[in-house]
Write a protein that binds this ligand. Sequence first.
Ligand SMILES: Cc1cc2nc3c(=O)[nH]c(=O)nc-3n(C[C@H](O)[C@H](O)[C@H](O)COP(=O)(O)OP(=O)(O)OC[C@H]3O[C@@H](n4cnc5c(N)ncnc54)[C@H](O)[C@@H]3O)c2cc1C
Length: 474
Amino acid sequence: MIDEIMKKGKPENVENAIRKLFERLGRRKISTKPADLFSYSHDYWLVTFHWLLQGRVPALPDAVLWPESRDDVVEILNVAYEEGVPVYPYGGGSGVLGGTVPEYGGIVVDMKRMRSIDIHEEDLILEAETGVNGHYLEEYLNRRGYTLGHIPQSLYPSTLGGWIATKAIGQFSTRYGGIEHMLLGLEAVIPPGKVIELKPHPRTATGPDLRKLFIGSEGIFGIITKAWLRIWPYPEERFLMSFASESFEDALDSARRILRRGARPAVLRIYDRIETKRHFYRFDEMYGRIGTVIIVEGDSKIAEAEKAVVEEEFRGTPAGEEPVRHWLETRFVVKEVSEFAPLGVVIDTIEVAVNWSNAAKLYYSTVDAMKSVKGVLFASAHASHFYPQGVCFYFTFAGIPPRGTRPAEFYNRVWETAMRATLENGGTISHHHGIGRHRAKWLAEELDGAYGLLKRIKHAVDERGIMNPGNMGV
Ligand SMILES: Cc1cc2nc3c(=O)[nH]c(=O)nc-3n(C[C@H](O)[C@H](O)[C@H](O)COP(=O)(O)OP(=O)(O)OC[C@H]3O[C@@H](n4cnc5c(N)ncnc54)[C@H](O)[C@@H]3O)c2cc1C
């Protein structure tokens, strides 16, 4: 008997719903096999990983579906609505906060078979179904001379639909922006199987922008089936630069001045002393200092000008191209979590954002707060996304739960101190991973009165509460 940690019972009419879905979609698109149910019981949320190591699962769905067209999705939401059965949209399952965990049982809808791509070259617009894999999509564009400019560290295991639903951002964000800057239009299916199409235009002033309702919606309103996004010609020129600075503040201030002058280096990452040692230990110039890697790219004349701005403004010793090449080669390596978890070490990351005026204060307070938790071995950060107004800090902590403390308890204690320090220092609790099930407990505090509005909108769109129930706490 599998121990299901989060499951809140079996939906009453789920067998009816599954029978209807078998009849209407055929056997190829649905499974109730235990191995399939197990595969969709979790995402990349660290807590669920620790449970799995102990032989326990977060929650099993009752069925998994693989729609192949928008009409299939309409049919699925139709049946789910009729029978009042929960639906969990699923992209790549790379979310790190439990967003796809089928907490109330019901059906998981994996979008990966919906993966068509089309490029409208004159308009510089990409049209794609949302189950398309991130890496496949970017490679498809590159081969034809274009880029989306969206390269999250999870490029390989994530999908376009997941990016939109979590409001994701990539490593080249300072030039290309987050997914919200790329999205021009979308198609979604909401309960009870109604298709919504918001067409792509260069800009439109047609009332509140309903596209935004789906950006960061994490599956609570409906299933996004197609999207239109801005693309760019593949960059003609690319400059690699790196610097070693004496203090984190010096490096942050250099970045602030570069952005203020209007330059937009695609990649800009500043590592604190611990993380510089961790990632760049083999580069003498950087060892014991603050390492920064920068990539400027685009049209060669514009890129030359941006490079000149970086050189004028950056306070630090130039450390050449090699550290950036090293970063490019290692940027998708994330083996620490899976390597250390079986040894009893808890390692996780927390990304937040803050305006420049509070940036240094938030960084120091959050690192100190995490270090104050008994069992924490280290807490560190790098600044990974930049705006003229502020910055995203990506914290990492690692620790061994003290004797008598369960890993999940220890994990929650560190998260609580980090979230508290963020809120008290004027930050926002998530820059790009989103809310999911784990962060839901801090969402009401961050949104304040607007949390009630979110609940009302959710109820209006999804009156039977079948879309990803429990996610974001709504
Ligand atoms: C190693 C690693 C590195 C990461 N790096 C980054 C990074 O650089 N930047 C970043 O932003 N994030 C990053 N993430 C987090 C994660 O990859 C992103 O949140 C990603 O956007 C999730 O996409 P997915 O397709 O895997 O979505 P899933 O995990 O399958 O789903 C995430 C949420 O979106 C909903 N959803 C999925 N598809 C749809 C759809 N078609 N319609 C409606 N709702 C849908 C789900 O219900 C769920 O709530 C990283 C994660 C890992 C494990």
